[in-house]
Each structure stands twice: as structure tokens, then as C-alpha cells.
Design a protein around this ligand. Structure first.
Ligand code: HEC
Length: 154
């Protein structure tokens, strides 16, 4: 082997190692993204259905608040927000409440109270900018909880 082709073969070996290394790393990153690390909350089928029903109520209220804000319709904002406020919070059966982890029952009421404060703003000053600020902050609460917990049926 002459000097040049020896250098070339070293270069190819190094390049090959780099490529192999980065492929292997990409593979392991993909794998870790697949693992769902959120804490499981074990529930019965009917509890799951009730909890997810509440969640869809949250999403629906969020959409209505956005739409009503664009239309500057404070009454519609209040109606949508109250529906998922304290009233819904109090409707959670005690047996279900007792089996939820304390982290969950700490964050949950914050979401309901966030909607109450949107309703209060709508009937109070009626400033849609403030309503939207409240909503943006409230959605951080949604995301915060979603990143920690998931439901599984037992
Ligand atoms: C206290 C915790 C918590 C809060 C706060 C919370 N969620 Fe959830 N949400 C969950 C969990 C847990 C699930 C189920 C996720 C899973 O099992 O993968 C869920 C599921 C959902 C779903 C899916 C419903 C379905 O039928 O599958 C929607 C939509 C949703 N949440 C919307 C919201 C919105 C909007 C907010 C805020 C206004 C919110 N959630 C606040 C915990 C929370």
C-alpha cells in the first residue's frame, strides 16, 4: 500500500466510525422518545370515561372562549368558562378524587379556577385582551399536567 492509499484507508475508517456512531445515537434517541415516562393513574373504565369527558369539556370551553373573544362576546365567554369552573370541580365523585395523586388534585383545581377567573373578567371589565392573557396562562396548566400523568384502565 502506498502512503496516499494508506492515508485514505485511515480516513475512511474514521469516517465510517463517525457515521456508525451518529446512527447508533440517533437510534437510541428515537427509542427514548418512544418510552412514555408519564406517571400512570390507574382508573376504572367509567372513571376514565368521566375524566376524559371533563377534558373534552375543557377543550370545548377553550375553543368557545377563543371564538367569543374574537367576536367580543363577553356573555358567551362567561357561559363557556363557568361550565367548566367550580361547578365541574365539585362534581368529581369523592371516591375518584381520593384515588388521584396529590400532584393531580393540586393542579386540577387550578385549571377550574382559571376558567372562573376568565368568567369573572368577562362579567367584570370585559377586556378581551385580559381574557386571552388568562387563557394563555391557563393552557400552561393543561400542558403541565399532561406532561406528568396519563390514565390506564385496570
Ligand atoms: C390535573 C391534570 C390535568 C389538567 C389540569 C388538564 N388535563 Fe387534560 N388530561 C389529563 C390526563 C391525565 C389525560 C389523559 C392522558 C393520557 O392518558 O394519555 C388528559 C387528556 C386530555 C384530553 C384528551 C381527551 C380524550 O377524550 O382522549 C384533552 C382534549 C384534554 N386533556 C384537554 C385539556 C385541556 C384543554 C386542559 C386545560 C384547560 C386540560 N386538559 C387540563 C390531565 C389533565
Amino acid at each position: 500500500m502506498d502512503k496516499l492509499s494508506f492515508k485514505k484507508s485511515i480516513l475512511w475508517t474514521v469516517l465510517g466510525c463517525c457515521l456508525w456512531g451518529s446512527l447508533a445515537q440517533a437510534g437510541s434517541q428515537e427509542k427514548s422518545a418512544e418510552v412514555d415516562a408519564r406517571e400512570i393513574i390507574w382508573v376504572t373504565p367509567s372513571e376514565k370515561s368521566a375524566l376524559l369527558g371533563e377534558m373534552r369539556g375543557f377543550l370545548e370551553a377553550t375553543q368557545k372562549i377563543l371564538e367569543a373573544s374574537l367576536a367580543d362576546d363577553m356573555e358567551a365567554i362567561e357561559t363557556a368558562a363557568r361550565a367548566v369552573g367550580i361547578k365541574m370541580m365539585k362534581a368529581t365523585p369523592k371516591a375518584l378524587h381520593d384515588k388521584l395523586p396529590s400532584g393531580f388534585t393540586d393542579i386540577g383545581p387550578k385549571a377550574h379556577m382559571g376558567f372562573e377567573s376568565i368568567a369573572d373578567e368577562a362579567v367584570g371589565m370585559g377586556d378581551r385582551e385580559v381574557v386571552l392573557e388568562h387563557l394563555a396562562a391557563l393552557q400552561k396548566t393543561c400542558n403541565g399536567c399532561h406532561s406528568i400523568y396519563r390514565f390506564e384502565v385496570k
